[in-house]
Design a protein around this ligand. Structure first.
Ligand code: G3I
Length: 347
């Protein structure tokens, strides 16, 4: 125990230590550095759990709807949109001086049955997607400052994922031209929004991140409206290769693009429903290491986690026996992970 506390304290720079002792919220530390600190948000928790709303408003200066702006939830029937959950998050953000990121316009998952079972051909699909992007990004112009325009379009080996939008049957554009088209439609819908490509397991250097880099380089060279790359950062206790993450951020920001961490979490094994103290120390170190890389780069402009409390997280539902992935425990107590992010923001 003493040893673990000592290990944790060793992570903290003096400024962070005083921030932690005085309880400075993460957003104050982030604002003094000019970076955004964000969280994905569950609208039901926001409505029904006052401690959730209070912690979110106190600690973060950016929010993103976790599911509510995806195609299926926001556009459940061809002629029906369900904007209320996103509208109420935008209103919450406005009331608490927070920025809103949008997620996501083009994805292979969480699409509605009317779309996936509609039997539409490429021309019709292109028209549907253009209208969807125009309607959703257009509605939130001036309120959602950045969009994940396209999410998870690459496979692990760097080839394009087979999806309804790409080739099954696709919107009728070859290769990454379908991604380019989506960015052009998003730009037309909201010319001021920052437009991101977002993906997972592409934080370091590998075949997928190489393919994303090559696409980004090509889009930038041809002045396609793209402003950044989202690194999801769904991590485990296997320590990430920080030098590779740094090299990837360096090459992406070298193109003049922003990089944002969009979905950071670090899942740990649960024993009888609880994380061990050692695993939380290891988790805190990883939070510190990845946050510290981002703050090195002026163009790494946001650190966002996929939720913020272990009370609400996608991890236990997706990975049996895993959880406790976020900065606050299920009772909204700040964990070592929180102190780690505070430490990185204070350096
Ligand atoms: O809303 C329905 C509810 O009506 C129903 O009763 C319940 C029963 O299963 O399901 C509810 O929908 C669930 C939805 O989350 C909202 O809670 C879906 O089953 C569930 O699959 C869905 O999971 C989401 C997942 O994306 C889908 O792929 C997670 O919450 C969400 O955190 C996750 O987010 C993704 C990012 O968008 C992209 N990157 C990876 C990340 C994690 O998978």
């Amino acid at each position: 125990m003493i040893c673990n506390v000592a290990a944790l304290l060793a992570l903290l720079a003096p400024a962070a230590l005083s921030a932690w002792q005085s309880g400075s919220p993460l957003r104050e530390l982030a604002e003094s550095r000019g970076i955004r600190i964000g969280s994905a948000v569950n609208p039901a928790a926001l409505k029904n759990d006052p401690a959730y709303a209070a912690t979110l408003a106190r600690e973060f200066n950016q929010v993103e709807p976790e599911n509510a702006a995806k195609f299926g939830p926001v556009h459940p029937q061809e002629d029906t949109y369900n904007f209320e959950p996103v509208d109420s998050l935008v209103a919450f953000a406005k009331a608490h001086d927070m920025a809103v990121r949008g997620h996501t316009l083009v994805w292979h998952n969480q699409n509605p049955a009317w779309l996936t079972r509609g039997g539409f051909g490429p021309d019709r699909l292109a028209a549907i997607l253009q209208k969807h992007i125009q309607t959703v990004a257009g509605r939130y112009a001036g309120q959602i400052y950045a969009w994940d325009v396209v999410n998870e379009a690459f496979e692990k080996d760097g080839t394009l994922r087979k999806t309804i939008w790409f080739d099954s049957p696709g919107i009728g554009r070859e290769g990454t031209a379908y991604i380019e088209q989506a960015f052009r439609w998003a730009h037309a819908a909201d010319p001021k929004a920052l437009l991101f490509y977002n993906d997972y397991d592409a934080e370091g250097i590998n075949a997928k991140s190489d393919a994303i880099y090559q696409m980004a380089k090509d889009l930038v060279a041809r002045e396609v409206p793209i402003n950044g790359i989202g690194l999801q950062m769904h991590l485990t206790l296997k320590p990430p290769l920080i030098a590779d993450i740094e090299a990837n951020i360096k090459r992406l920001t070298g193109l003049g693009l922003q990089v944002q961490y969009t979905e950071l979490d670090v899942r740990v094994p649960l024993v009888d429903g609880a994380a061990s103290e050692d695993s939380l120390i290891a988790q805190a170190r990883i939070y510190n290491d990845v946050a510290a890389v981002c703050v090195k780069f002026k163009l790494c402009t946001a650190i966002q986690t996929w939720g913020f409390t272990d009370k609400f997280s996608w991890i236990p539902g997706a990975y049996r026996g895993m959880g406790a992935a976020l900065e606050f425990d299920a009772n909204y107590g700040a964990k070592g992970a929180w102190r780690s992010v505070a430490a990185a923001l204070s350096k």
